[in-house]
Design a protein around this ligand. Structure first.
Ligand SMILES: Cc1cc2nc3c(=O)[nH]c(=O)nc-3n(C[C@H](O)[C@H](O)[C@H](O)COP(=O)(O)OP(=O)(O)OC[C@H]3O[C@@H](n4cnc5c(N)ncnc54)[C@H](O)[C@@H]3O)c2cc1C
Length: 382
C-alpha cells in the first residue's frame, strides 16, 4: 500500500492551487452576487489545461485519471466553489468518452478542452429527482431521427451549454424498467430547445443552472450515445460513479478552504485579552475539523483511485460522497461560528462557503440516496 501522491499529482495540485489563488479571489464575490458564469476564467482554465484532464490526449485532454480531476476540483473549491465549478463544463464528456462512437468523440470532446464548447448532462425532471427511473422525457424514433419531448430541471450549464447529454425514454415498451432509456446528445441550437436560467440559488451562484424544455426537438439517430439501445440507465449509473467522487472532492475542498480561513482568523482575533486560538474550545474545534477533512479526503482519493483502476465500488463511492458533503456542511458551519458576526456578512468568504457547501448533499444523489446505496450493498435485496 502506497499513500504517496506521484510527483505528477503533486505538480497538478500545486498548479491548480496557484491558478485558483491567483484568479478566483478577486472575482468570486462579484460573480456570486451577479449569479453569472465566469466565462473568461473558464477560457483561461482551458488554455492552461485544467478542464477535462481525464479526456484522452487524442481528443484534446491530458489523458489523466478521475483522481487527478478530483484533486483539481478539490483545489479549486478550496479557493472558491462557484468559480471552481468551471470544471463542470465537461459534465457528460465521461459518457462520450466511455460509450460514444469514434465520430462522437472526435466531434464533441476537443472543443470542451479548447474553450470552444460547454456541455452538461440532463437527468433530473420536475417529477423525477432521486427516482430517476421515473423520468418521462420521451425520445421517439421517426425514421433516422429521435424526436424529443419533455422537461428537465436543475441542469448545470443548462443555459450556457452548446450540447447536453440527455437521459430519455427510448424504449417505453421494454419489459425491464432498466432497459427503457437511452442517453442522447442534443445540440442546444436545435429548434424546439428552450432553457430558462434559474436564479436565486442558495450557493454556487456562479455556476449556471437551468430548466430545460424539449418541444419536439429533432436529432439524428447517430446522436444516441452507445451502440446498443436501452443502455441509458447503466450509462448514467456509471456517470454517477465517476461524478460522485468529484462531488466528494468538492466537499473536501470547501471544508479545507474553510479551515484555512479559520486558522488565520482565530490567530488574529482577540477577545478577553487573548486570541481565539488560545481557547481550548477553539483548539478542539480545529482538531475536529482537520480530522473530519482528512478522513473525507482519504475516502475520496481511494474511491477515485479505484475508479481509475477499473475497480468501481459503488458502496465506497457513496460513502465518500456522503461524507464529503457532510464534512463540507459541518466544517463550513463551524468556520462561520468561529468568525462570529463577521462570518455572517457577505464581506467574508465564509458566508459564501457556508451557502455553497449544501449543494454537495443534494446533487449527484442526495445524502439519503447515498445511504440507500450503502445499505443496499450491505444488506442485498430485501
Ligand atoms: C444547483 C443544482 C445543480 C444540479 N445539477 C444537475 C445536473 O446537472 N443534472 C441533473 O440531472 N440534475 C441536477 N441537479 C438535480 C439534483 O441531482 C436533484 O435535485 C437531486 O437528485 C434530488 O432530486 P429532487 O430535487 O427532485 O429531490 P427529491 O428526489 O424530491 O428528494 C427530496 C428529499 O426526499 C429524499 N428522498 C427521496 N427519495 C428518497 C428515498 N427513497 N429514501 C429516503 N429519502 C428520499 C431526498 O433525499 C431529499 O432529501 C442539480 C440540482 C441543483 C440544486
Amino acid at each position: 500500500m502506497d499513500f504517496e501522491l506521484t510527483n505528477r499529482q503533486k505538480q497538478i495540485c500545486l498548479a491548480a492551487r496557484e491558478f485558483a489563488q491567483g484568479e478566483f479571489p478577486q472575482i468570486a464575490r462579484e460573480y456570486d452576487r451577479r449569479e453569472e458564469f465566469p466565462r473568461d476564467l473558464w477560457r483561461k482554465a482551458c488554455e492552461l489545461g485544467f478542464i477535462g484532464i481525464f479526456i484522452k490526449k487524442e481528443y484534446g485532454g491530458l489523458g489523466l485519471g478521475f483522481l487527478e480531476h478530483a484533486m483539481v476540483m478539490e483545489e479549486f473549491w478550496r479557493v472558491d466553489p462557484g468559480c471552481g465549478n468551471i470544471l463542470l463544463t465537461v459534465f457528460g464528456s465521461e459518457l462520450i468518452q466511455l460509450y460514444g462512437s469514434e465520430e462522437q468523440k472526435k466531434k464533441y470532446l476537443p472543443p470542451l478542452t479548447q474553450g470552444k464548447a460547454i456541455m452538461g448532462t440532463a437527468i433530473t425532471e420536475p417529477d423525477a429527482g432521486s427516482d430517476i427511473l421515473s423520468a418521462s422525457t420521451l425520445a421517439r424514433r421517426e425514421g433516422n431521427s429521435y424526436v424529443i419531448q419533455g422537461a428537465k430541471q436543475f441542469i448545470t450549464n443548462g443555459s450556457i451549454a452548446h450540447y447536453l447529454t440527455v437521459f430519455c425514454v427510448t424504449h417505453p415498451e421494454a419489459e425491464s424498467r432498466l432497459k427503457r432509456f437511452g442517453v442522447i446528445l442534443v445540440e442546444t441550437d436545435r429548434p424546439g430547445f428552450g432553457a430558462l436560467k434559474i436564479t436565486g440559488k442558495l450557493g454556487i451562484r456562479a455556476s449556471d443552472t437551468a430548466e430545460i424544455r424539449f418541444s419536439d426537438v429533432r436529432v439524428p439517430k447517430e446522436n444516441l450515445i452507445g451502440e446498443q439501445e436501452g443502455e441509458g440507465f447503466s450509462q448514467i449509473m456509471q456517470l454517477f460513479n465517476i461524478n460522485r467522487v468529484i462531488a466528494a472532492a468538492q466537499g473536501v475542498g470547501i471544508a479545507q478552504g474553510g479551515l484555512d480561513r479559520a486558522i488565520q482568523y482565530v490567530k488574529k482575533r482577540k477577545q478577553f485579552g487573548q486570541s481565539l486560538a488560545s481557547f481550548q474550545a477553539t483548539q478542539f474545534k480545529m482538531a475536529e475539523m482537520a480530522t473530519w477533512i482528512e478522513a473525507a479526503r482519504i475516502l475520496c482519493y481511494k474511491a477515485g483511485w479505484m475508479v481509475d483502476q477499473g475497480r468501481v465500488d459503488p458502496k465506497l463511492i457513496s460513502i465518500a460522497k456522503w461524507i464529503g458533503g457532510e464534512v463540507g456542511v459541518k466544517v463550513t458551519n463551524d468556520v462561520l461560528q468561529l468568525h462570529g458576526g463577521y462570518g455572517y456578512i457577505a464581506d467574508y468568504d465564509v458566508e459564501r462557503f457556508y451557502r455553497d457547501a449544501k449543494i454537495v448533499e443534494i446533487y449527484e444523489g442526495t445524502k439519503e440516496i447515498e445511504k440507500n446505496t450503502i445499505a443496499r450493498e450491505l444488506l442485498g435485496k430485501i
